[in-house]
Write a protein that binds this ligand. Structure first.
Ligand SMILES: C[S@@+](CC[C@H](N)C(=O)[O-])C[C@H]1O[C@@H](n2cnc3c(N)ncnc32)[C@H](O)[C@@H]1O
Length: 220
């Protein structure tokens, strides 16, 4: 009888310990070599981006949306030297997807490719050099995630060109919607007026990211 009680007590202790361990996050998977490499790269460059790159916290927002939704096919408009690309590509390394990113400036494109390599994420990025006004029209979809961060005056047109290639359930994001760039404000008004998109604004940084989930096919 006594040994039965002892066994019951032991099982109770194991159960409680297991519950507390999970609750405290001790059961988390150890970080992969790639994760460690990316984290080291991002931390080392945290305040060293100088080419109109998104701030660290905005990169994390993009990463988290992709991982949360399991997105696998992303398009970025405006690579610059690759900060946001690296956050998106890191997310893709977790979901098994890939990012196509477009940049018009040869030097920034070259630096981006090198940064992506240094972060260990080349397998998850297709970096294209060219004018996005043309390439966005030509690029083959479908996409489930888009990040628009090039010339703000073209934001509405980029959206119209990408929309037929964006899957229902997918997400269109745009940077700097809290800034006073004329094009960004026009874009925000436009996208908020669409009944088949649900738009919110992330304010992790003062730039602001619009996040528009596509609920149904468009008829515009
Ligand atoms: C704000 S920066 C992008 C920052 C980048 N997303 C990051 O976080 O690292 C905008 C970039 O878009 C590029 N750009 C502007 N107009 C473009 C166009 N028509 N086609 C392709 N890239 C363009 C610029 O050369 C610039 O490097």
């Amino acid at each position: 009888m006594k040994s039965k009680q002892a066994l019951a007590n032991l099982l109770a202790v194991i159960f409680v310990y297991g519950f507390v361990a999970v609750a405290c996050g001790q059961e988390k998977e150890p970080l992969s070599k790639l994760d460690q490499k990316v984290i080291k790269f991002l931390e080392s460059r945290k305040s060293g981006w100088r080419d109109w790159n998104v701030p660290y916290e905005d990169g994390k927002v993009l990463h988290d949306i992709i991982v949360k939704n399991g997105y696998k096919s992303a398009l970025e408009i405006g690579t610059s030297t690759g900060h946001s690309t690296i956050w998106m590509a890191w997310a893709m390394s977790k979901t098994g997807g890939k990012v196509i990113t477009i940049e018009i400036d040869k030097n920034r494109h070259k630096i981006a490719v090198e940064n992506i390599r240094k972060a260990g994420l080349s397998d998850f990025v297709d970096a294209r050099l060219g004018d996005a006004h043309q390439l966005v029209k030509e690029v083959k979809g479908p996409f489930d995630f888009v990040f628009s961060d090039a010339d703000k005056g073209w934001y509405v047109q980029y959206f119209k060109d990408v929309d037929p290639k964006l899957k229902v359930g997918g997400c269109f994001t745009a940077h700097n919607v809290l800034n006073t760039f004329a094009g960004a404000q026009d874009f925000l008004e436009f996208v908020k007026s669409l009944p088949n998109y649900e738009t919110t604004i992330d304010r992790s940084s003062s730039s602001g990211i619009s996040i528009s989930y596509k609920k149904a096919e468009s008829d515009f």
